[in-house]
Ligand binder design. Structure first.
Ligand code: B12
Ligand code: SF4
Length: 528
């Protein structure tokens, strides 16, 4: 049987990384079946397109995964597939919480023939076998022999064949320049960000987050060896292709067990498996100097930190009081000293937010080492404690907001401002943080660093603009480049100076530590 795994486009941001679930389920598919992958963010498709694809390729089963924000599109695509007589199974965080919606048991239309609840590592092979003999059940739940919910241990993690998977649709280098860029240094003919997980679960239970409910508070890890082998495979592929691969460790809190994270990072270094990587780590865990040393030495370049708010009252409200805004600056300095920078994520529309929250946040951000700030609105995702609290208080204005997804739009009444004011805050945050002045300031703050670091922060800010600003067309890009022409001109002029790409690579020279070697994702010059 031919199986299509499809991930709908999210309708807001550009895709910079494929979704792991597709590769994982592909690797877990019983032999004898062929699995095709289509990520709508990279290969846009509409309802007619998917119906045609399914017919042309003689597909016998379609699997669709979706976050809440993509589920309306996912349902439309599922309807189109079912209309041509091919069964659809849906999985992922949204349908796990809203299975009745997907199955049409809540009074609405049915969109899926079957729903996979929770982690589908163990149920996927059963689903495929049932589909192959035309006997799909409505619901597949991961349970043990006693009918109790069971979570995969991750100790027996499948090998994802990264050396042979077709990754063409995920190359971030524009086609027109791949030939030329292949010849530069170790090769820049392709640049891909690849998701890798080293563990699952987070016990912190922040009020707005799906993770603790979905993955459970029992944390599970892969073996160091299996993660290291995956990195080695990716590194080898980058080298053969004369391209670059960076890894996004998608663990919700990559350092949730610091001892184990340190041991993994040491093994990565020992096996010479360093690639440049990004990971999500909460600020409280970044107090540990040795951990930060190992992050830098093992190839860590960007750490995603869910700061959420600079107001302790807001943090307490959402059960994230372990974030201490008073230490944000120190945490970021500790990273920056090793030339590791942060993607700092903020949420507006929280209960203690008042008008001006975005500017107050930016006042702080401007005093920190440069990074990539991102902004969102507090969103009641189904089955989260936040959803339940707001529902009980009668504050949900769009209780089924996912049925009509609107980017950057509140679905509940904030307490100390209006919905429109909250929208204005998030818009202000994006506009100000990515203005040409803010970008120039970020670049200049690294004037004591080799040019590579300044080019890196400039390009990263540009990429984030491209990813997050709603659908930037060619003309919008021309405008952005024109607005940033002074910074671009300065960087280019400096690039031609002798020794421009050399210099002390970091304020702390971790001389005792090995540095990431050739084959990593940032130009060699950035290493100084
Ligand atoms: C990586 C990641 C991202 C990436 C993008 C996604 C990508 N390209 O991978 C980035 C960082 C950009 C991102 C951004 C956002 N994310 Co995000 N992200 C994640 C994260 C950390 C990992 C996803 C992952 O790969 N998990 C590992 C795989 C193995 O798990 P999985 O995807 O759930 O798949 C398993 C099962 O669900 C199931 N399954 C999944 N799909 C399917 C399909 C079929 C057919 C079947 C049978 C089974 C199945 O089987 C898999 C194996 O067990 C998750 C949290 C988490 N730990 O999952 C949040 C998460 C998915 N994100 C979330 C959110 C809210 C967002 C944002 C909206 C946040 C924001 N406010 O900006 C944005 C929007 C993203 C967008 N562009 O639309 C929520 C989604 C909740 C929900 N109900 O929708 C999550 C769960 C985190 C949370 N805080 O609650 N995210
Ligand atoms: S620390 Fe992050 S992953 Fe863990 S519950 Fe809080 S928001 Fe979710």
């Amino acid at each position: 049987m031919k199986i299509l795994l499809y991930n709908p486009d999210n309708g807001v941001t550009r895709n910079f990384m494929p979704h792991l679930w597709m590769f994982l389920l592909q690797a877990l598919t019983p032999s004898g079946h062929e699995v095709l992958l289509v990520d709508g963010n990279a290969s846009p498709m509409d309802e007619a397109g998917i119906a045609q694809y399914v017919r042309d390729n003689d597909i016998g089963l379609v699997g669709i995964g979706a976050m809440t924000r993509m589920v309306a599109k996912a349902y439309r695509m599922a309807d189109a597939v079912r209309a041509v007589g091919v069964p659809v199974v849906m999985g992922g965080p949204h349908v796990t919480e809203m299975a009745d919606e997907a199955l049409g048991r809540d009074g609405g239309p049915r969109h899926a023939d079957a729903v996979a609840l929770g982690e589908a590592d163990a149920t996927w092979p059963l689903i495929v076998n049932d589909a192959a003999r035309g006997a799909l059940k409505d619901v597949y739940a991961p349970v043990d022999a006693f009918g109790q919910e069971s979570k995969p241990s991750l100790k027996e993690y499948p090998v994802i064949p990264w050396d042979s998977i077709d990754l063409k649709q995920f190359n971030l280098v524009p086609k027109a320049v791949t030939g030329m860029l292949r010849k530069i240094g170790e090769g820049w003919g392709s640049f891909r960000i690849v998701p890798v997980e080293s563990g699952r679960g987070c016990p912190y239970g922040c009020e707005f987050c799906t993770v603790t409910g979905f993955f459970g508070d029992s944390i599970r890890f892969r073996t160091n060896e299996s993660v290291v082998n995956e990195l080695l495979l990716l590194k080898a592929r980058a080298r053969t292709e004369k391209g670059q691969i960076a890894v996004f460790f998608i663990d919700d809190n990559f350092a949730i067990n610091i001892k184990r994270t340190k041991s993994l990072l040491r093994d990565i270094i020992a096996a010479n498996a360093q690639v440049h990587w990004v990971a999500q780590i909460s600020a409280n865990l970044l107090r540990d100097e040795e951990l930060v040393d190992l992050i830098a030495a093992s190839g860590g370049k960007w750490i995603f930190i869910g700061m959420e708010s600079i107001d302790p009252a807001n943090l307490k409200d959402v059960n994230k009081g372990f974030n201490k805004p008073g230490e944000y600056a120190a945490v970021l300095e500790r990273l920056a000293l090793r030339n590791v920078y942060a993607i700092t994520s903020f949420i507006f529309g929280m209960d203690n937010d008042t008008v001006g929250a975005a500017e107050r946040t930016l006042e702080q951000v401007r005093t920190w080492p440069p990074g990539l700030p991102i902004f969102g609105l507090l969103t009641p995702l189904p089955a989260t404690p936040l959803y339940k609290r707001l529902e009980k208080a009668g504050r949900l204005t769009r209780p089924k907001h996912w049925q009509e997804f609107i980017p950057f739009a509140m679905a509940h009444m904030p307490l100390k401002m209006t919905i429109e004011e909250a929208h204005a805050e998030v818009k202000y945050g994006w506009n100000e943080a990515y203005s040409s002045d803010a970008i120039a300031h970020a670049v200049e703050s690294l004037n004591d660093q080799p040019l590579g670091y300044r080019v890196n922060i400039f390009l990263s800010r540009m990429c984030f603009r491209g990813i997050y600003f709603p659908m930037m067309g060619k003309m919008a890009w021309v405008k952005v480049i024109a607005q940033n022409r002074r910074t671009i001109f300065r960087l280019v002029r400096e690039g031609f100076k002798p020794n421009a790409w050399r210099g002390a690579p970091a304020k702390i020279l971790a001389s005792a530590m090995p540095t990431p070697e050739a084959g990593s994702a940032v130009p060699r010059g950035a290493e100084g």
